[in-house]
Write a protein that binds this ligand. Structure first.
Ligand code: SF4
Length: 256
């Protein structure tokens, strides 16, 4: 079974506990206006023709054994820091066979495994991943179904169902909330999110990821439409305001 990966990040410190090696799997069923990895969205290896660089490939094939070999190179750093392997994307569950096979191989070789997911996949894939995953990083982009559809191209129903499924199985979950000014940082959305999570009575930590414009250049290079033109990054005071509001609901909030 081969998967398509578009990046491997070593010594990552924002993709879960400790020092991690993150594999970014290609393909995503969502189309978030603020996507930081637009090169990840299409399924399959892309050949792009850049004006000054010539032809460049985005993505390459790997097997689960290739993933294990890459992971082993960084193994000495994981033990000391409590780190391990993270699968991100794109949406890593969009390549279910490759992801399950890789996670299983890593887990049986004593690696700590994290899946960073949009939650938009079938519950059957989450079920298969349960024994091979230590922690899920789970995105919550908008609580309003219509707005979620408007800004990401999909409903949030399946996402919330999958979150509730993981909670019912007692999995460790950190929520990732991308704070996008004017889109999902209203008091209504924040309170709806924290109210919902409180009812689940399981989640303790929320990672607040403030919008940044780092991807603007990628949209130009990829000749893709950038829906975030003119949207400014939130200033630290505003980020702290949102952090305080979430914290007051009883959650631990980590920025970044
Ligand atoms: S879920 Fe992530 S990778 Fe997919 S479109 Fe949204 S921001 Fe991009």
């Amino acid at each position: 079974m081969r998967g398509i990966v578009f990046d491997i990040k070593r010594f990552a410190i924002h993709d879960g506990p400790g020092i991690r090696t993150t594999f970014f799997l290609k393909g995503c069923p969502l189309q978030c206006n603020w996507c930081h990895n637009p090169e990840s969205r299409s399924f399959g290896i892309q050949q792009l023709d850049f004006e000054f660089k010539g032809k460049t490939s985005i993505g390459w094939e790997m097997t689960a054994v290739d993933v294990l070999r890459e992971a082993e190179k960084d193994q000495p750093f994981f033990g000391e820091s409590g780190g391990g392997i993270t699968f991100s994307g794109g949406e890593p569950l969009s390549q279910p066979e490759f992801l399950v096979e890789s996670a299983k191989l890593l887990k049986t070789n004593d690696f700590h495994v994290i899946i960073d997911t949009t939650g938009y996949s079938s519950t059957a894939v989450f079920t298969e991943l349960l024994p091979w995953t230590d922690l899920f990083l789970f995105d919550l982009k908008h609580m309003d179904e219509q707005k979620h559809y408007e800004y990401t191209g999909v409903s949030n129903k399946r996402i919330l169902q999958n979150l509730e499924f993981l909670v019912s199985r007692g999995k460790e979950i950190f929520i990732r909330y991308p704070m996008i000014p004017g889109i999902n940082d209203s008091v209504e959305n924040l309170d709806q999110m924290t109210g919902y999570l409180k009812e689940l009575n399981h989640i303790k930590r929320i990672h607040l990821l403030p919008y940044h414009k780092i991807a603007a250049g990628k949209y130009e290079k990829l000749q893709m439409n950038n829906d975030m033109m003119g949207v400014e990054e939130p200033n630290p005071a505003r980020v702290n305001q949102v952090k305080d509001r979430i914290e007051k609901s009883g959650f631990e909030v980590i920025i970044g």
